[in-house]
Structure formats: structure tokens, C-alpha cells
Ligand binder design. Structure first.
Ligand code: ATP
Ligand code: MG
Length: 238
């Protein structure tokens, strides 16, 4: 069943076409990966879908409803939740307190037992009562994922959740995401750590210079001429 549809989205910043006529659909209970070189437009695409940026043209439908012109909180209330590439926890609040805020938007109650379980699975339980300012970069990234999951999203959009994480931390994040998926969740993940991403996703989109240049199975990504060309000259190995 289709949960999200994006039609011919265009977003310009001055002379740059950050998102150039991008269309795709997302099925309920799917794990979709979005990859592409730096500056390809991946984060901008997330911002258009979550509503923090407005498209110059194109349409976005959530469960068949046209949400193109709705506010970000409206989309979050409907279960469209995103995390940020550059993490922004409330630094003076404790790790646990950071899990309260996303719930206000979703209008659901804080379940402390659930929060504790999530922090345990992510290796953050010992940091539960300290201000988020004292976390390592990896811990902040994991807290960002926890903040996304605690909101019980219908669609969770993660912008580089593995960025700067150790292999062990990636394992922790992957296993909570799999659990969310197994309980019926839907995921869209932007990531540069391709080896780890490919193990998790069911379908991949590849962007380059604003355009969608590939859509298909993870195993076929590295066989695509267009993808190889886009990544030539970058450091990322596909
Ligand atoms: N607010 C903005 N104002 C002006 N230009 C922007 C803005 N946001 C993004 N851009 C430009 O749009 C293009 C796409 O940027 P975006 O951040 O979406 O790429 P990305 O694929 O997420 O890259 P990365 O992998 O490095 O995170 C880039 O050329 C970027 O400089
Ligand atoms: Mg980005």
C-alpha cells in the first residue's frame, strides 16, 4: 500500500537546482535508502517532504492527502517524522528529557518504560540522566534516532543516522530500526555508509545534482553506469 508519493518536486536555491524534478513513491512497511554524492539534494528532498522547505513546484501526498502546502507540525502530527544530519538535541536537557519533546508534536504520552528500553538498546542508558551536551558525537546521533522512534512515526526519515558512528554503534542503531520495521514501520534513510546501508534497505534511490539517476534493488546500484559516473571523482566506494 502506498503511503507517500512525491511528484515532480523542484527546489531551487538561487541558481542551483537542489531538487530537480524528483518523483517516487514509498510503500507502507518498506525500507528505502537514498544515496548520492555530497550536494546531490538528498537533505533538501527530506526538507521538502517534512515541510521545512517549500518546493518551487511539484506535489507531496501522504496517505493520498495533498500535504504540499501544510506546515511541518501538521506532517509530524500525521506521523511523518525526520531526524537531522546535523544533530540538534536540547543540550541542557538530560538524555531522557530529550525524549519528551517529540511527543508534544505527535500528541502522545511519554512512556518511561518504553524510553528506558530504547535507551538500553542504543547503549545510552547510563547517560540517561546527564545533559545531552556531554554526549559524544556518536551518542548524540543515537539520541537523534531515539527521538525519532519515541514519536511512534508512521514514516521515519533518517538523515545520515550512521554518520560518525563506530561499527558497534551502527549495529545498535540497525537493530532498533529493524525492530521498528518488523512492527510495521516505514523507513527512508539517507546514508553515505553504503555497505551498512545496503544490508538494511529493500530499495535504493540514487540522486546526483538534484536528479534521481537510479531506482531499484540495492544489489543493482553498483552496476548502474549513471551511478558509477556520478560517484567517479568522489572518495566514496560503491
Ligand atoms: N538553504 C540553502 N541555501 C542555499 N543553497 C542550499 C541550501 N540548502 C542546500 N543548498 C544547496 O543545494 C544543494 C543540495 O544540498 P543538500 O544539502 O540537499 O545535498 P545532500 O545530498 O544532502 O549533500 P550531503 O551528502 O553533503 O549532505 C547543494 O548545492 C547545497 O549547497
Ligand atoms: Mg545532506
Amino acid at each position: 500500500m502506498e503511503i507517500l508519493r512525491v511528484e515532480q518536486l523542484i527546489k531551487r536555491f538561487g541558481g542551483i537546482v537542489a531538487v530537480d524534478n524528483v518523483s517516487f513513491t514509498l510503500q507502507k512497511n518498506e525500507i528505502l535508502g537514498i544515496i548520492g554524492p555530497n550536494g546531490a539534494g538528498k537533505t533538501t528532498l527530506f526538507s521538502l517532504i517534512s515541510g521545512t522547505e517549500k518546493p518551487d513546484s511539484g506535489k507531496i501526498y501522504l496517505n493520498g492527502e495533498d500535504i504540499t502546502n501544510t506546515k511541518p507540525y501538521h506532517r509530524a502530527l500525521k506521523g511523518l517524522v525526520r531526524t537531522f544530519q546535523i544533530v540538534r538535541p536540547f543540550k541542557s536537557l538530560t538524555v531522557e528529557q530529550n525524549l519528551h519533546a517529540p511527543l508534544t508534536v505527535r500528541k502522545i504520552h511519554f512512556n518511561q518504560e518504553e524510553a528506558i528500553q530504547l535507551l538500553k538498546k542504543l547503549g545510552l542508558i547510563q547517560k540517561r540522566n546527564i545533559p545531552a551536551a556531554y554526549l559524544t558525537h556518536g551518542e548524540m546521533k543515537k539520541l537523534e534516532v531515539a527521538r525519532g522512534l519515541i514519536a511512534k512515526p508512521r514514516i521515519l526519515m533518517l538523515d545520515e543516522p550512521f554518520g560518525g558512528l563506530t561499527v558497534a554503534e551502527i549495529g545498535e542503531v540497525t537493530s532498533v530500526l529493524r525492530e521498528y520495521y518488523e512492527e510495521g514501520g516505514t523507513l527512508v534513510i539517507i546514508e553515505h555508509r553504503l555497505r551498512e546501508l545496503m544490508k538494511l534497505i529493500q530499495r535504493a534511490l540514487v540522486m546526483d545534482q538534484g536528479k534521481l539517476i537510479f531506482e531499484g534493488a540495492p544489489a543493482d546500484v553498483a552496476k548502474s553506469e549513471a551511478v558509477i559516473k556520478a560517484y567517479l571523482g568522489t572518495d566514496t566506494v560503491i
